[in-house]
Design a protein around this ligand. Structure first.
Ligand code: UT7
Length: 332
């Protein structure tokens, strides 16, 4: 018997139906399918178009899928941790709104703002809540409606991002499977390369900030790219080393889906062949906090109990990290 730890026992996901293809973008900005595919690996992304719909409206179906799979009532949920940089509102937390919408009246919850690493930060936090012994059912959801903060006249950012949500259920286990280890890092000096200029307490919204387009995501792509390649690869290699794992021990790498070239560089550094790398960037683009759980959602049926998987991410902040999970179940 091992000590009480946390296992992922179900996965849910949601992507909006509307597709925005590279060919659609060709008509909106000076770009082309060939450039986007070769520089990023993206072919299309999903956009939540319906007026009045927000991040919580994507998180809700993802979580409801989990409840259905596990035959749980919404009132069984103890806590909801929502990783997002596109909350429904500045406050209250989107986690509260989600809880209300699904009827999780026994749950407390909070949002976690760590951009593309948000899901890993939230997964580690949720794991510790389970390990504390006080909670049985913790939902960790990564969701972003990036289309709400993207300037569709800026070809440097609008080609990358998409909308979506992915969620996992964490439950206690005393088996060897579960969330085994995590290395998380942050460096706030990187904020200059990827941020939203206005709308916070530093620069509250005003007519001027709107006219200056300061409520959109601002990114210096090349600088972020350089840090991302090094950050994701370094931390993944460190995680393997400190757990005496080799590439042969790893069944799957689950990398943040920001750019296929960053994913390839991380896999190469870990010595992993392409067949062991989850890649769905071509159909969803970069959904920020949702990329990792959306990969788990897409691959769930292929995952086997005991599989060692490494999740790795890098994003705004800068924030980055890697988490080792021993998969806890075979899908029916
Ligand atoms: O998930 C959060 C973390 N974010 C990331 O990890 C993103 C990391 N960065 C990237 O993925 C890449 O930097 C981008 C995909 C954003 C850009 O790719 P890049 O290879 O770094 O392009 P670049 O910015 O160096 O631009 C190369 C050229 C430039 O033209 P010149 O100056 O060489 O003539 C750009 O103007 O490509 C041009 N360009 C484009 N051309 C066609 C930039 N964007 C586009 C575009 N279509 N959409």
């Amino acid at each position: 018997m091992n000590k009480r730890s946390a296992a992922i026992t179900a996965v849910g996901g949601y992507v909006p139906e509307t597709k925005l293809t590279n060919f659609d973008l060709e008509k909106m900005v000076d770009t082309n399918d060939e450039w986007i595919r070769t520089r990023t690996g993206i072919e299309e992304r999903r956009i939540l178009k319906e007026p009045g719909k927000a991040s919580s409206d994507m998180a809700v179906p993802a979580i409801q899928e989990i409840l259905k799979k596990k035959n749980l009532a919404p009132t069984d949920i103890d806590c909801i941790i929502c990783a997002t940089v596109t909350p429904d509102m500045v406050f209250p937390a989107t986690a509260n709104i989600i809880a209300d919408k699904i009827g999780a009246s026994n749950a407390w919850g909070f949002d976690m703002s760590a951009a593309c690493s948000g899901f890993l930060y939230a997964l580690t936090t949720g794991t510790m809540l389970i390990e504390s012994g006080r909670y049985q059912n913790v939902i960790v959801v990564g969701v972003d409606k990036m289309s709400a903060i993207i300037d569709y006249t800026d070809r440097a950012t609008c080609i990358i991002f998409g909308d979506g949500a992915g969620a996992v259920l964490l439950q206690p286990t005393e088996e060897a499977e579960g969330v085994k280890d995590s290395i998380l890092r942050s460096d706030g000096s990187g904020r200059q390369y990827l941020h939203m200029k206005a709308g916070g307490s530093l620069k509250p919204a005003s007519v001027e900030t709107v006219l200056a387009k300061e409520h959109y995501a601002y990114q210096e792509g090349q600088a972020v790219f350089k840090f991302a390649v090094k950050g994701m690869a370094d931390v993944s290699a460190e995680l393997l080393e400190r757990n005496q794992l080799t590439a042969d021990d790893i069944a799957w790498l689950v990398p943040h889906q920001a750019n296929l070239r960053i994913i390839d560089a991380t896999a190469n550094r870990m010595g992993l062949p392409k067949e062991k790398v989850m890649i769905n960037i071509q159909k969803y683009g970069n959904t920020t906090a949702a990329t990792l759980p959306l990969c788990l959602w897409d691959w769930e049926k292929q995952l086997k109990k005991g599989d060692n998987i490494v999740l790795a991410a890098f994003g705004g902040g800068f924030t980055w990290g890697a988490t080792w999970v021993k998969w806890a179940y075979d899908s029916e």
